[in-house]
Design a protein around this ligand. Structure first.
Ligand SMILES: Cc1ncc(COP(=O)(O)O)c(C=O)c1O
Length: 391
């Protein structure tokens, strides 16, 4: 099982690389074994041998992943789910009719869809605020009625930045719990709980897994209490737990998280800088660019890079933007983010007509390839699509 570091404090990067210094008790393996059991034998007194009873509540491999995750997030506890959405839904399932939730108007569209559904079907009031406007978050809170302030930073797919510490303070002053979707700013760069949040949420399908080969979600809590127990119960009753094999893939992914994120951040910065002011591009949205309105906030709370996500607004219209996504040869036209391979996506097409996303926006997830190849690929696609014409 897991052997914790003998001489703390070791840095988070060291602990992540060694998956909490794992040496298998059975054969000395330096990677954990996968325990696929769906049920666990009881002892002679009919008590569980360890804490394990049935896999819908977790098991040894899931627990190992959760120990690594809690360490990474600096959390009292973490729970691993079968997807980001199942983690989000478990948290939001604890809301009651009449409760109020505040959230950004532009963020991951699945979160918006679920909040709209709660508003329609469960009588939960939701206020979506414009995260780019100073004071809008505070104005969206209803003292003593807002039970949850859900934020995402940087926000998908415009990469606006929300000040987590300030949001946590405002949320707590209103009596709300504060949850941060840290999918794009995982704990190798931002530790939301240390900034004051109650919950750090991750779609671990993205940077934490890192190889586009699993779906997983994570909730980490600053403290364990009745609400945390309720979230765990929802996971058990809905079967939202991560599968053991995916928990193992997640542990493996986390071992290289710091390295991958550092590389993706450096390459994204190079791509952003190259296309900022390019004749085929109207705007580049990236928190690391000097012109980003909240670069200082991003730099304060993202300690180790601004991440691999950026968007470009191409010159021309929707059809030129979609042509760029068709003409790329190195970027892969696919949804998702945070993997080792670079992806491109025409976000408006994916989100549908109700989306507020500009029709010329292309979302880029920068992977770990040579950034020169990515830049050259985008150059040729912009050229072929005729984006620079007429400028
Ligand atoms: C920022 C963000 N949050 C949440 C999710 C949902 O996670 P999953 O797809 O793992 O359910 C995603 C997925 O794209 C995301 O990008």
């Amino acid at each position: 099982m897991t052997t914790f570091p003998r001489r703390p404090p070791l840095s988070p990067a060291t602990r992540a690389a060694q998956a909490l210094r794992h040496v298998d008790a059975y054969g000395g393996g330096v990677t954990p074994a996968i325990d696929l059991s769906s049920t666990f034998a009881r002892d002679g007194d009919y008590a569980p041998r360890q804490s394990y009873i049935y896999a819908r509540d977790g098991g040894p491999t899931v627990e190992h992943a959760e120990a690594v995750l809690a360490d990474l997030d600096g959390a009292a506890a973490s729970l691993a789910f079968s997807s980001g959405m199942s983690a989000l839904i478990a948290l939001m399932d604890t809301l009651r009719t009449g409760d109020h939730v505040a959230a950004p108007a532009v963020m991951y569209h699945g979160a918006i869809a679920w909040l709209r559904r709660l508003a329609e079907r469960r009588g939960i009031e939701v206020t979506f605020f414009d995260a780019t406007k100073d004071g809008a978050l505070e104005a969206a809170l209803r003292p003593d009625r807002t039970k949850l302030l859900w934020i995402e930073t940087p926000t998908n797919p415009t990469w606006d930045v929300i000040d987590v510490a300030a949001a946590a303070e405002a949320g707590h002053a209103a009596g709300a719990r504060v949850a941060v979707d840290c999918t794009v700013a995982p704990p190798c760069t931002m530790r939301a709980l240390e900034l004051g949040a109650d919950f750090a949420f991750h779609s671990a399908t993205k940077y934490m897994g890192g190889h586009s080969d699993l779906t997983a979600g994570v909730l980490s809590a600053a403290r364990t209490d009745d609400l945390w127990d309720e979230i765990r119960l929802v996971r058990t009753l809905t079967g939202g737990v991560i599968a053991p094999f995916d928990a193992w893939l997640l542990i493996r992914g986390i071992r290289t998280l710091f390295l991958r994120y550092e590389r993706a951040s450096a390459s994204a910065m190079a791509v952003a800088r190259h296309f900022d002011g390019h004749p085929g591009v109207a705007r580049v949205l990236y928190p690391g660019l000097p012109g980003h309105p909240r670069r200082d906030v991003a730099a304060r709370q993202m300690k180790d890079g601004f991440g691999g996500m950026l968007s470009i607004l191409t010159n021309g219209g929707q059809s030129e933007a979609r042509d760029v996504a068709r003409f790329v040869e190195v970027f892969i036209p696919a949804t998702s983010l945070g993997g080792v391979e670079s992806l491109i996506e025409h976000r408006k097409t994916v989100e549908g007509p109700a989306s507020l996303v500009p029709e010329t926006l292309l979302r880029l997830s920068i992977g770990i390839e040579d950034p020169a190849d990515l830049i050259a690929d985008m150059e040729q696609a912009l050229d072929r699509a005729g984006c620079a014409r007429g400028t």
